[in-house]
Design a protein around this ligand. Sequence first.
Ligand code: 26V
Length: 828
Amino acid sequence: MSDDIRNNPPEAGLAERAAETRSRIEEKVRKQFAIPIDEATPEQVYEAVGLCVRDDIMDSWITWRTSTQRSGAKCVIYLSAEFLIGRLLTNNLINLGKYECYEMALRELGYDMATIEEVESDPALGNGGLGRLAACFMDSLATLGLPSMGYGIRYEYGFFRQEIRDGRQVEIPDNWAFGGAVWETARTDRTYEVRFGGTVEENWNSDGNLRVEYRDYQSVIAKPYDMPVVGYRSPYTGTLRLWSAVAPKQLDLVQFNRGDYESASADRELAESISKVLYPEDSHPRGKELRLRQQYFLVSATMQQIVDSHRRRNGDLRKLPDAVVVQINDTHPTLAIPELIRILIDNEGFSWEEAVEIAERTFNYTNHTLLPEALECWPAPLMRSLLPRIYRIIETIDARLRDRIWQTNPGDADLISRLAIIHDGKVRMANLCVLMSTKVNGVSQLHGKLLKTRLFRDFYVTQPEKFLGITNGITQRRWLAVANPRLNSLINDTIGEGFMRDWTKLEELVPYAEDASFRQKFDEVKRENKRDFATWLERTHGISIDPESFMDVQAKRLHEYKRQLLKAVHILSIYDGLVSGRITDMPKVSFVFAAKAAPGYVRAKDTIRLINAISRLVAGNERTRDAMSVVFVPNYDVSTAQVLMPATDLSEQISTAGFEASGTGNMKFMLNGALTIGTMDGANIEMAEEVGEENMFIFGARVEEIDRMKADHSYRPREVAQADGRLQKALEHLVDGSLPTSDNSRFEDLYHSLMDSDPYFALYDFDAYDKAFWEALRVYGDRDEWLRRAVLNTARSGYFSSDRTINEYNEAVWHLTPIDDAARFDEA
Ligand code: 26V
């Protein structure tokens, strides 16, 4: 990456600073590895550079941490089982304003920045949208100077690495920490004990206080690792604290002394397995005991620490909600609520009413999905035996809720069964969250509305003020400055650098959509990004792609509701059209997919197999191979997204209306100048409001239409297929043996899922999709018109900055004072 394209023109003093940085890097290599720099490997140089950057961060981190703590400013705790942070070196350098300096220093040492950047492992501590959102939020919180801490789990193995063998997904363990440790600081001084199992005994003292005794429990020690979160040119540095599970020391000793070596090591293994691996599912929670252990481990350590620090600093735990607000990221951290109640009652002597009141004022809950199968429910017996005290507290919450409903709606047993926390032998985590939170939000306007009218309707009726929609966002630092330096500097050269800190500035680009010379430059950026992507794809995966072709990209988790299958069947119809001669003048198109499937989700994995078979089919036919190609990019992760999105022409956002809560990939593509082909779902609706429907390719059934078909069971997919010759023919490929697979297997299950039930209305929307697709290609043929729309998409994407999102959370939910102001208060 050359100097001039990573924003900031070279300034006076750069050479001096680079020279100083260079000697610091050399010194680090000597001290760290006992070698001179010219003997260092890229890995060693990466580590030395990382440690230098870390040194640059430390002072501001310490200063701001202590000054926020002392000022007593209210702080948000973002509690999440996932933080999909991606690589940190470039991001931190850009946010610090030191990218050019380090790049120059490295160049003088004979290294190029791109090589060093790629040494860093990409910590995949999340599954998809929900985890990446948490990372974007941390960036915005730090940039906006809002006092914040993220709390999560330091999984030893993150989301699996995906390889494609014989067209199938193979999962490989991902040991990210190897090489990623540069950014962490272990805080051995701040460990907490988390207890599982055993029995609890509740006794009332003579003074009328409850004494709860825990016996025969297993202990696990939670050890925190802190990572600095560097804000963009912000004096504030936030913290991400990830807990790692270790076995308590005395565990070995007691049992070893008894000569019970086997159970000593079994217990140790059980304890340490808690933070071993991220569950690679995001819509079929499987009720696994280890997952419940993970959840409680995260929230118990976090809540103990929060109460502890508050007690030390403020003394009065009644004031906790004035000092701390907790945001629960989906239901995974729900147990934080009963855990806080437990700590307040059992350790701090609060009454039930006081403890519940404090908890209700402390927590807020974000829901990320409407899929019924993704709603977490834990078997009551499992929770009772693993977390006896927590289960008792949930039972009490549930009993009191039932009493209240019985009083307000006497005899309405149905209402009770819908609202209850414990029902049918299961603990419903979402109901617990909604009941106990101050605010409950969806992640787009549509999603917020659907929470009120569907999922939480019964709660909404009695507490409408609780519910809101806050549309997701993405950080422009990572998704433009880091991922697309060319477009970033074109924008900087045109309207100045203000956009990095002020999302409203981007719309100053709007008039440039009419400026032919600007469009030309915009086009050139896209072309070069496509070449970079093609080079990267060849180098990393040995896959070739024509950088001059139209890039049509669907990149996201693999799920039926996201309808990769609709796209795949449509590609088959194009194949047929080219072979039969029905389609003649089509620009060369590369259909690019990137997606990981949950290891146990058979239909999703089958869809990957299908896409790869189509890829071979197309490449094997001389009438199609030069007109199109189908590329499956393996191992979709944050780093892949960073090279793929800037190179995309057409972004596929084609979920069944009413199923995609928001989407955030859609926003990243938009920011990077892709046009969207999409349904009126999630945040697509708001994208259309921002850029205008005429600058997108909107198609397909709306929520109301889908709802109607679901209600009256009127949809007959087979009839839809039979009425459309092209669709019928395309579908036949799945079962007629024409698709090349290594074992001659076919795709009967996928075929029947579409023909017999098609729960996500893929065939229903096929024709509308087809028309929208050809319209997109038609517009692409008109270069000026396409570019005009592409520029407008970038220019109108500012609204989707996570800075806007975080400001909305702050105004509606958290009520924090930005640190600059708080610091001023402190001085006064
Ligand atoms: C569920 C489970 C179940 C148990 C195993 C681990 C696990 C991990 C995650 C989930 C929930 C996934 C929900 C999710 O990622 N939703 C996505 O959230 C994005 C951010 O709000 C949003 O843009 C996407 O539309 C939504 O699908």
